[in-house]
Design a protein around this ligand. Sequence first.
Ligand code: COA
Length: 183
Amino acid sequence: MKNIFVKQENTGELAEPSLKYKESFLEAKKEFQTEGENIYMHLRIDVSDLENNFEKFIKNIKDKEEKAKLAEGFVPQSEFWLVDGNKFIGWVKIRHELNESLLKQGGHIGYAIRPSERKKGNGTRILELALNFVKQLDLSRVLVTCDDDNPGSAKIIESNGGVLENMIENEGKLKRRYWIDIN
Ligand SMILES: CC(C)(COP(=O)(O)OP(=O)(O)OC[C@H]1O[C@@H](n2cnc3c(N)ncnc32)[C@H](O)[C@@H]1OP(=O)(O)O)[C@@H](O)C(=O)NCCC(=O)NCCS
């Protein structure tokens, strides 16, 4: 898929994952680990694997956009990185459709900002830019969810037009389900 809205790697813009962000991406991964937040940073891959196989890692990200390359039950997903020059700031993953589990709690869009770049508006910006990309997809509205005890993420969604549909309980935690109209 062509990402027409994605700007070049200048200040705080979304970019396609690329080798040029390798060093900064690895630093960010270590930051997430130090903060005990590995769950938010490509959990299943460790730093040394990434160091040695970064090109393959990028290719795997790209492959997730193509339905033909996905395992049964998975939906196509685009991933972009918020970058400033060659600096990696955060990632956003945009699912092109929902399956049963995503409709219940995962939603269309997930994101994370590296710990050292938080509370500077980057979370709000990454969702805003992701919503621009969504305009290319055949979707009239998107579901974005967050844990009830994640006030930063709830603010990000609400500032981007999120309307709370409901809260559901999952493994003892409440999850907020918001819809955002596209256009
Ligand atoms: C949640 C997260 C994306 C916020 O990123 P961020 O860059 O700090 O977001 P912003 O700077 O745009 O902040 C948005 C608003 O939330 C507030 N905020 C951010 N973190 C907060 C926190 N921990 N507690 C309370 N408010 C918070 C900001 O002050 C800001 O408020 P304002 O609009 O009134 O100024 C970031 O903390 C993160 O990546 N967390 C781990 C992954 C995660 O939770 N992802 C979301 C899953 S749904």
